[in-house]
Design a protein around this ligand. Structure first.
Ligand SMILES: [Zn+2]
Length: 426
C-alpha cells in the first residue's frame, strides 16, 4: 500500500507507470477496475497531498459554497437599494425634547422644537436666573401675601413679553431691566462675575468690611442712596393709598407690577425709566470717583488735561427732548459726559421748568460730593426718560383709562403729560 510519504521518491515516469497499473482500465484485460486496488491507490494519492494544500483547498471550497448560498438568497430576497435603506433608518430617528419622554420623529420636528433643542441649556439657565430675580424682588419687607413662585415667574415672563411688544420705546430704556432680570448688569460679585469680589460702591454703604451682606444687584437697584433718590421721586408722587402701604415695593419696581393708584401701562414706563436711571446714576458715581482719584494723583505743576471729545452713546429722540427740557435752565447737564465730568456741580445743576413751575433739585454749594451729584443726575435722567416717552404721544394700547390725575405720567388735552421732579431730600 502506498501511503503518504512513500510515493515522494517516485520519479515522473514511475508515477505514470503506477497510474497505468492501478487506475487505467485499458490496461485491464476484462476492462474492469479492481475495486480494492483502485481504492487503495486513490487513498494513497490523497494521503500524498500536502496537508497545507488540502486545508487551502477546503477553505476555497467553503468560501465558494457560502458565495453561492448568498447569491441564491439574493435571487430569492433581493437587498433594498441605498435610498430605501436611508429612508428606513431616518424614519426611525428622532429627537427627545427636554422635559418630555416621547420622541419627535426627525421629519416631524418643527422649527420651534429645533430652536428649543438648541437653546435648551441656555433657557434653563435663564429660567433659574429669573427665578432668583423674582425671589430677590419678593424679599421686600411688608409683603405678607403668600406668593406662588412658579406663578410669579410665569407672570414676569408675560410682563417681559408685553413690555417688548407693547411698549413702543427705544430699547435702551428697556435694557437695564432685561439685564437685571438675569443678573446681567456687570456688577463684580454677581452671578456672572462670581469669581470677582464685590466692588465697594462709592456711596460707602456697600462692599466695605463693615457693610451688611447684600447682593450687588440689591444694593445698586434698591438700597444705594442713588437708587433711593429715584425711588423717593416715585414714592412722593404716588397716591396716599400706596404710600400708606410703605411706598413702592421692590416687586413693584423690579417685576414691573403697578402699585396701588397706578395704571399698568404708565407704570411699565415709570419702572423701566427708574431702573435705567439707577444704572445711569451708578455709572456717574463711578466715573466721578475715578475722576476725583485722577485729580488727586495729578502733579499740581502740570496744567489740567483738556476735556476729551464728547462720546455720548445715547442718541435719538430722548436726547433732543433733554435739550428742550433743560434749555431754559442753561444747565450744562446735557453736554456733560459722565466719564469726563469731575467738576463740582454748580447751584443750577438741575432747574427744569415744567408747566411754568420751576423746581430746584440741587441748589446748594454743599451738593458737590460725587454721591450727591450722582443722585441728582439719576433723578434728572429718570425725568428726562419720562419726558422723552411723553413726547412720543399717547400710546395706542393700554392708556385708555389713564386720566389727568394719574401720578407721574398723566393724559390730559390729548397728550401724555409728565409730572415735575421734587426737591431732593437727604
Ligand atoms: Zn451705593
Amino acid at each position: 500500500m502506498l501511503e503518504h510519504g512513500q510515493g515522494t521518491n517516485l520519479q515522473d515516469a514511475e508515477w505514470i507507470e503506477w497510474i497505468y497499473q492501478h487506475l487505467d482500465p485499458s490496461n485491464m484485460s476484462n476492462l474492469q477496475r479492481e475495486k480494492e486496488a483502485t481504492h487503495t491507490a486513490i487513498t494513497a494519492l490523497y494521503a500524498d497531498i500536502n496537508p497545507i494544500w488540502l486545508e487551502a483547498a477546503r477553505s476555497v471550497e467553503t468560501r465558494k459554497q457560502e458565495e453561492d448560498r448568498q447569491q441564491h438568497e439574493q435571487r430569492v430576497h433581493p437587498l433594498p437599494d441605498r435610498k430605501t435603506v436611508m429612508a428606513m433608518i431616518i424614519r426611525r430617528l428622532g429627537w427627545r425634547l427636554p422635559g418630555s419622554s416621547s420622541t419627535v420623529p426627525i421629519y416631524g420636528l418643527t422649527v420651534r422644537q429645533a430652536t428649543q433643542l438648541q437653546d435648551g441649556p441656555a433657557l434653563e439657565q435663564r429660567q433659574q436666573l429669573m427665578a432668583a430675580f423674582v425671589q430677590e424682588a419678593r424679599g421686600v419687607v411688608g409683603v405678607t401675601a403668600h406668593i406662588d413662585p412658579e406663578n410669579e415667574i410665569n407672570r414676569f415672563h408675560t410682563t417681559l413679553a408685553r413690555l417688548w411688544s407693547d411698549v413702543r420705546w427705544e430699547n435702551k430704556n428697556k435694557e437695564t431691566l432685561w439685564c437685571l432680570a438675569v443678573d446681567g448688569v456687570p456688577l463684580p460679585g454677581n452671578t456672572h462675575l462670581s469669581r470677582m469680589p464685590p466692588q465697594p460702591c462709592g456711596c460707602g454703604t456697600f462692599g466695605g468690611p463693615n457693610s451688611p451682606p447684600s447682593s450687588p444687584r440689591l444694593h445698586h437697584f434698591w438700597e444705594c442712596p442713588i437708587a433711593q433718590a429715584v425711588r423717593d421721586q416715585i414714592d412722593r408722587h404716588l397716591s396716599s393709598s400706596a404710600t400708606t402701604e410703605g411706598g413702592m415695593g421692590r416687586h413693584h419696581l423690579w417685576l414691573i407690577q403697578a402699585p396701588p393708584g397706578c395704571d399698568q401701562a404708565p407704570w411699565d414706563v415709570i419702572a423701566m425709566a427708574a431702573l435705567s436711571s439707577m444704572e445711569h446714576g451708578r455709572h456717574c458715581l463711578r466715573a466721578a470717583i475715578r475722576g476725583q482719584r485722577q485729580m488727586e494723583t495729578m502733579d499740581p505743576r502740570q496744567p489740567p488735561p483738556s476735556p476729551q471729545p464728547q462720546t455720548r452713546v445715547e442718541q435719538g429722540p430722548r436726547q433732543r427732548v433733554i435739550t428742550d427740557f433743560f434749555r431754559q435752565s442753561g444747565s450744562p447737564l446735557v453736554q456733560e459726559e459722565e466719564a469726563n465730568d469731575t467738576q463740582p456741580a454748580g447751584p443750577s445743576l438741575l432747574q427744569p421748568t415744567i408747566g411754568g413751575r420751576t423746581q430746584m433739585v440741587a441748589t446748594t454749594a454743599a451738593a458737590s460730593s460725587p454721591l450727591h451729584r450722582a443722585r441728582v443726575r439719576a433723578i434728572a435722567d429718570f425725568w428726562a426718560r419720562l419726558h422723552s416717552f411723553a413726547a412720543l404721544g399717547i400710546p395706542r394700547r393700554g392708556w385708555d383709562r389713564v386720566g389727568p390725575q394719574h401720578p407721574i405720567l398723566a393724559v390730559a388735552g390729548g397728550q401724555v403729560q409728565c409730572a415735575a421732579p421734587i426737591a431732593l431730600t437727604d
